[in-house]
Design a protein around this ligand. Sequence first.
Ligand SMILES: Cc1ncc(COP(=O)(O)O)c(C=O)c1O
Length: 410
Amino acid sequence: MTLTRDHCARLDAEDTLAYARARFSLPAGIIYLDGNSLGALPVGVGERVAHIVANEWGKGLIRSWNTAGWFDAPARIGAKLAPLLGAAPHQVIVTDTISINLYKVLVAAVRLRPGRTTIIAEQGNFPSDNHIIDSVARLFGLKVRYVAVEEISAAVDADTALIELSHVSYRTAAIQDMAAITAAAHAKGALTVWDLAHSTGAVALSLDVDRVDFAVGCGYKFLSGGPGAPAHVYVAERHHGEIDQPLTGWFGHREPFAFAHDFARADGIKAMLCSTPPMLSMLALEAALSVFDGVAMTAVQAKGRALGDLMIALYDERLAALGFGLAASRDGMRRGNHVSVTHPEAYRIMQALIARGVIGDFRAPDVMRFGFGPLYVRYTDVSDAVDIVDQIMRDGAWRSIPHPAADAVT
Ligand SMILES: Cc1ncc(COP(=O)(O)O)c(C=O)c1O
């Protein structure tokens, strides 16, 4: 392959998903490679939120909980999202955050496996996941075994209540075999809890076919639901009769407006609700999901993989010689939609890149992540971004960036 810009322009011209870029409102002069942290703004979401504020809130007032479909929004949006997860619609609901949903499903799963003493989790999990796993273990007097991801299946035994791991790693984008790991857990009577933060909207999923028990996913990354958009939670139908999640707030009650003293769990997936949903964020996410209309997730994953392959080929050709390392699988079938590159000065280099209009992110201590929202990133964006990395390394622009990291969010 010749990796010239013309070659990349030809790939853009042949891209069968190229039309989807017009569904986003992207600032001129910016190459946005951080959709894995905050997805770009879809066209029409701002107008929709303005309409909701002015009319549904401003004029409809409290009536809109009934007349504008607010009350049903978490389940309705969950059902709209379910096809992206390979899930039947009544098993997905939009609510709370990933971490809060994780707490709920972990406790629910532990309660489904009384007498079992161990949780198995991935050593390299996103820290929030492991902090919550530790807390749940303390609550129930369980042990946590942190193991390398490739050892997870072999580590499950008759004491294991559940295993928790990321489908796509937030650092390396390594993608796990959901069906095989879930089958290994089930063979020993254990349950699975999957973190889909870097999977939903990025790669094709088949939670039902893979017999997943529980999963949590993100609204603000590849779904482009907006900053702090509500997360989603999946519970397989076979567990619906017994979900006993710990945050028994009134929205998870069968009849919240009966104001009964005793808690009676709502039927089905609604049992995962706790509180009054953040309606503006909910409805922004609902509007954002239209960017997936008519789009096959297999095509999204294939383009993400091709963009990542291009980034890795350009890394080999140009970045390796400049002192960068690669922290990503070369096998596109085993990689989600970002490519991580390491450098001892990763923070300062990323800041210099952002100053020149290439937005990726930094993960301590030395990782620069480049995420490829397949619906709006072009092949030429990847080659232009690598050109700019090359320039920054040659002209030393990163040396004038102060360190340590000055910003709260990196
Ligand atoms: C893999 C993963 N899990 C969990 C979280 C935490 O998400 P939240 O802030 O919604 O709890 C993140 C956030 O980026 C993440 O990347």
